[in-house]
Design a protein around this ligand. Structure first.
Ligand code: ADP
Length: 305
């Protein structure tokens, strides 16, 4: 039902009291490993929401790649379309986390950057068999463009998360149905300010009109979300759920993955955003990114206690 084209990133997280100076070797205070990448996080979120889910992307022929296949299979995600690059390693992220929660991150895309339009064309069957395709901007634009073109031509609903933030290639926008920026991305794409609540509907409408989208959903962290559905004319604020937040990393991916799953099950855009809003909120109550995506029953229970 859902196909995600996206990245695989193994995070090796060091904690330290400060950043090392140039040339300095500094003792850290902690270490953690996580499996992530927006593609993986969204696919797991969609699968946990009950959608039959496949992921398309590229890993290395290494131990980290194996870890991803194990994790995804454990959540029922179809990994048969994942390409193993023969020489490049799996993508890695090297965050340094400081005591105040601030961070500095080096990411090395490795196999993610090597995915080609031909790799995506080889997965055309799973793209056209899906009801919803979700893509982000962590892979080369040529691969994302190929996937969106194949899916759109087959009538598959397409979702773009414009992250990491940057200008959107107009060749991508033509095949996108629903754009899901967070507040930073929405501001960067329009030059308008999401802090001013009167501007949020203006921003969502502007993006939807400019790119001739079916809909635009602006995610606003602890302020909930705003959705414009041009096919029904609906423009709705989705109020946030009040939850015991411990870690907001991955909230956007949990939101997008569950949005894809709900749309694939036939929900209209506003109804799907309500479920995604619950899933995003619940994901902040658990540490981690991929690991924090909630099950469908938990999201529905939050929506309808
Ligand atoms: P990103 O992770 O991309 O920055 P957001 O922070 O906008 O994305 O979060 C995505 C969605 O998750 C929000 O629209 C909201 O539905 C939910 N969410 C995020 N943070 C919170 C929070 N602190 N309380 C309740 N819901 C939240």
């Amino acid at each position: 039902d859902v196909c995600v084209l996206g990245s695989f990133m193994k995070d090796l997280v060091a904690s330290a009291d400060r950043r090392p100076l140039p040339g300095e070797t500094l003792h850290g205070t902690g270490f953690a490993e996580h499996l992530g990448g927006k593609g993986v996080n969204q696919a797991i979120a969609a699968a946990r929401m009950g959608a039959r889910t496949a992921i398309v992307g590229t890993i290395g022929s290494d131990r980290y790649g194996e870890e991803f296949l194990e994790l995804l299979s454990g959540d029922g995600v179809d990994t048969s379309w994942v390409v193993r690059h023969p020489s490049l390693g799996t993508g890695v992220g090297l965050p340094l986390v400081l005591p105040d929660g601030g961070n500095s991150i080096i990411i090395v895309s490795r196999a993610n950057a090597a995915i080609t339009p031909a790799d995506v064309e080889a997965a055309a069957d799973v793209l056209t068999d899906s009801r919803v395709l979700s893509v982000q901007l962590e892979l080369p634009v040529s691969a994302s463009q190929t996937a969106l073109r194949i899916a759109a031509a087959a009538g598959v609903t397409t979702i773009l998360t414009p992250a990491p933030v940057g200008p959107i290639d107009p060749r991508l926008a033509a095949d996108v149905d629903i754009l899901v920026p967070n507040e930073v991305e929405a501001a960067a794409l329009t030059g308008l300010d999401c802090d001013d609540e009167t501007q949020v509907p203006v921003i969502a409408r502007k993006l939807a009109d400019e790119w001739d989208l079916r809909g635009c959903v602006v995610t606003l962290g602890a302020r909930g979300a705003f959705v414009v559905d041009r096919s029904s004319g609906a423009e709705v604020w989705i109020e946030p759920h009040v939850v015991a937040t411990v870690d907001t990393v991955g909230a956007g991916d949990a939101f997008c993955g569950s949005l894809a799953a709900s749309l694939a099950s036939g929900a209209d855009l506003v109804a799907a955003v309500r479920v995604a809003n619950a899933a995003g909120a619940l994901s902040t109550t658990i540490n981690g990114a991929a690991a924090s995506a909630p099950a469908r029953a938990a999201a529905l229970a939050l929506l309808d206690p």
